[in-house]
Write a protein that binds this ligand. Structure first.
Ligand SMILES: *Cc1c(COP(=O)(O)O)cnc(C)c1O
Length: 526
C-alpha cells in the first residue's frame, strides 16, 4: 500500500480489493485526491500579481523573512482539488441521511435564494440600527412564530446551536435560582439515561451535578423513580421530548408538575421538535426552557460542524433572565436591547444573565428558517411533522420483519432498533453500518441512545418519498438476511466500494494528525 507522509494510504491496496487496482488509484468517477500540500508547489502561485510598489515597509522590523510555506495551485487545479474533495462527502442532496436525532431533511432552495438577497447577505453586524430595520424585523418575526409554535412567551435568539441553546436555558435557570437566593442549595440536575450527551455536559458546565433517571420498560422516563429523586436540592430536569428513543413522553405533564412542585425548572431538549411542530405546544406541557434547532426542524443546512442556530424559548418565570441582545419593537421602530444592569432606563435589561455571543445570532439561518416557515405555513409545518412520523412508522413496520425493534408500538419521527436480530451471526452494529456504506447509504445513528444494546436509530424525515423509503428498507432487509445467512466475513470486510476501507477510528479520535509536516527532502535533489 502506498502511504503519504502522514502514513495515510494514497492508493487502494490491490490485495485488499478483489477487482484489479487501477494505475491511478481512481475508481471511475471516484478520483483520488491528495492534500494541497502534497500536490501544490510551495511558494507557487496561481495568478500573476504585480510587484508591490511599496517604498519601505512599515512593519517595524516584524516583516517575515522566511517563506510562508503555503502550497500554490493554478486556478483549474484549485477548482478540481476542492470539487473532488466535496465529492468525497455524503450529502442530503445525494441520498437519504437517516441519522436519528439529527433531522437531516431537504434544504429547500428557496431558503438559499432568500438568504442570498444582498439586503440580508451583505449586512454588517455593527451597521447603524436605522439602516437594518428590515433585518431586525426579520429576527422579530421569526421570534414571533417560534413563540407561536411553542406557546411560550419569550425567546432568546442568539444561541448558535442546540448545545448553545441548552447553555442559554440552563444559565437562565441558574440565574432564576440565584435570584431566589437558592444557589447554594439547588445544585442537582436530573436527566434520563437516554439523554443526548450535550444535556449532562451543559448541566456540568453550569456547575450542577447530574443525576440519572432510569427509563421504564417502554423506553420512557420512569415517573415513580423520578419522583423519588426530587428534593429541595434539585435545580431542574432536562428531558427530551419526543425522547431519543423516538417516543413521546406520555407523562410529560406529570413530570413538569412534579418538578415544579419540588421548586425546580423544566428544561426540554427540543431537538426533536420536528415530530410535533404545529401539533403540540411545549408551553402547554409545562416547559420552562427549550431550544429549537433551526438546522433540524426548520431545514437550515447542517452537518460538518455548522452553522447551527438554537433559539431558546423561555417561560414567564425565566424570561427576565434572557440573554442580551434582544429585539424590541417600540414606537414603530425596532430597537436592540444591548446592555444589562444599570438603571431601569429604556434599552436596558436589569436581570439578564448577560451575553452569549458577540452579536445577534446566526442571521443567515434566521433568514432560511423564516423562509421555510412562511413557505410552509402553519398547516404545512403540521403536515411536515405528520409526514415525518408517518415515514418513520413506515420504515419501522417494514424493517420489523427482519430487524429487532427496541420497543413495541408506534414511534414518533424516528425508529430505534437494537442488535438482537444479529445475535449469533458474528455481525455487529458497526459492521451492519459499514455494509450500508457499500449500498450507497449514510449509516443511521449507531450505539445511541445508550439505553439499548447496539442501537440503530433511524430518522427518515418527511422529505423522503415512498420510493426512496422502499429502496432503503429493501437494502436493509437484504443486509439483515445476509447477516443471518452467515455472511459475517463480508460484513467484517465492508466497506469495499468506498474510497477508504475501515479506518482505525479510535486512533483517529485519540491521536488525530492535525498538522502537515513536509517530507524529508530527497538527497538527489540537493
Ligand atoms: C442535535 C441534538 C442536540 C444538540 O444540538 P446541536 O445543534 O448539535 O448542538 C441536543 N440534543 C439532541 C437530542 C439532539 O439531537
Amino acid at each position: 500500500m502506498t502511504m503519504n507522509t502522514q502514513g495515510r494510504p494514497t492508493r487502494a491496496d490491490s490485495a485488499e480489493t478483489s477487482q484489479a487496482a487501477t494505475f491511478t488509484g481512481n475508481k471511475a468517477l471516484q478520483i483520488e485526491e491528495a492534500l494541497s500540500f502534497e500536490i501544490g508547489d510551495i511558494g507557487g502561485c496561481g495568478v500573476d500579481l504585480p510587484e508591490p510598489g511599496m517604498k519601505e515597509n512599515r512593519l517595524g522590523g516584524l516583516a517575515r523573512d522566511t517563506d510562508i510555506g503555503l502550497p500554490g495551485l493554478s486556478e483549474p487545479e484549485t477548482m478540481r482539488h476542492f470539487v473532488r474533495l466535496s465529492q468525497k462527502n455524503y450529502a442530503i442532496d445525494m441520498g437519504p441521511f437517516p441519522l436519528g436525532s439529527c433531522t437531516m431533511k431537504h434544504n429547500p432552495r428557496l431558503n438559499e435564494k432568500i438568504a442570498r438577497l444582498p439586503g440580508f447577505a451583505d449586512l454588517h453586524p455593527l451597521a447603524p440600527r436605522a439602516t437594518v430595520q428590515g433585518a431586525l424585523e426579520l429576527i422579530d418575526t421569526l421570534a414571533f412564530w417560534l413563540k407561536e409554535l411553542t406557546g411560550m412567551p419569550a425567546v432568546a435568539m442568539s444561541p448558535k446551536a442546540g448545545a448553545h441553546g441548552e447553555l442559554c436555558g440552563m444559565m437562565a435557570i441558574k440565574a432564576a435560582i440565584e435570584a431566589r437566593g437558592e444557589q447554594d442549595k439547588r445544585t442537582r440536575v436530573l436527566a434520563p439515561e437516554s439523554a443526548h450527551g450535550t444535556n449532562p455536559a451543559t448541566a456540568v458546565q453550569c456547575g450542577f451535578t447530574v443525576d440519572e433517571i432510569p427509563a421504564d420498560k417502554t423506553g420512557r422516563v420512569d415517573l415513580a423513580a423520578l419522583k423519588e429523586k426530587l428534593g429541595d436540592d434539585v435545580a431542574g430536569i432536562m428531558v427530551t421530548n419526543p425522547n431519543t428513543c423516538g417516543l413521546f413522553e406520555r407523562d410529560i405533564r406529570a413530570i413538569a408538575d412534579a418538578v415544579h412542585e419540588a421548586g425546580g425548572y423544566f428544561y426540554c431538549d427540543g431537538a426533536n421538535f420536528n415530530a410535533i411542530a404545529g401539533k403540540v405546544k411545549p408551553g402547554d406541557l409545562g416547559v420552562d426552557a427549550m431550544h429549537i434547532n433551526l438546522h433540524k426542524t426548520f431545514s437550515t443546512p447542517h452537518g460538518g460542524g455548522g452553522p447551527g442556530s438554537g433559539p431558546t424559548v423561555l417561560s414567564e418565570a425565566l424570561a427576565p433572565f434572557a440573554p442580551i441582545p434582544f429585539v424590541v419593537h417600540e414606537d414603530g421602530e425596532y430597537h436592540l436591547v444591548e446592555t444589562r444592569r444599570a438603571a431601569k432606563s429604556e434599552g436596558e435589561s436589569v436581570e439578564s444573565f448577560g451575553r452569549l455571543t458577540a452579536f445577534h445570532g446566526q442571521m443567515g439561518m434566521f433568514t432560511r428558517a423564516l423562509s421555510y416557515m412562511m413557505s410552509h405555513g402553519k398547516d404545512g409545518i403540521a403536515q411536515a411533522a405528520e409526514d415525518a412520523v408517518l415515514n418513520a412508522n413506515y420504515v419501522q413496520t417494514r424493517l420489523r420483519s427482519e430487524m429487532s425493534s427496541a420497543f413495541d408500538g408506534h414511534c414518533m419521527h424516528e425508529t430505534l432498533f437494537d442488535d438482537r436480530f444479529l445475535k449469533g451471526t458474528g455481525v455487529e452494529t458497526i459492521d451492519f453500518a459499514k455494509a450500508m456504506i457499500d449500498e450507497g447509504y449514510h449509516p443511521m445513528t449507531m450505539y445511541f441512545p445508550l439505553v439499548v444494546h447496539g442501537a440503530m436509530l433511524i430518522e427518515p424525515t418527511e422529505s423522503e418519498s415512498k420510493r426512496e423509503l422502499d429502496l432503503f428498507c429493501d437494502a436493509l432487509l437484504s443486509l439483515a438476511k445476509r447477516a443471518k445467512a452467515g455472511e459475517a466475513a463480508a460484513f467484517k470486510a465492508a466497506p469495499i466500494h468506498a474510497p477508504r476501507r475501515r479506518l482505525d477510528e479510535t486512533a483517529a479520535a485519540r491521536k488525530p494528525v492535525l498538522r502537515w509536516t513536509p517530507a524529508e527532502p530527497a538527497q538527489a535533489a540537493e
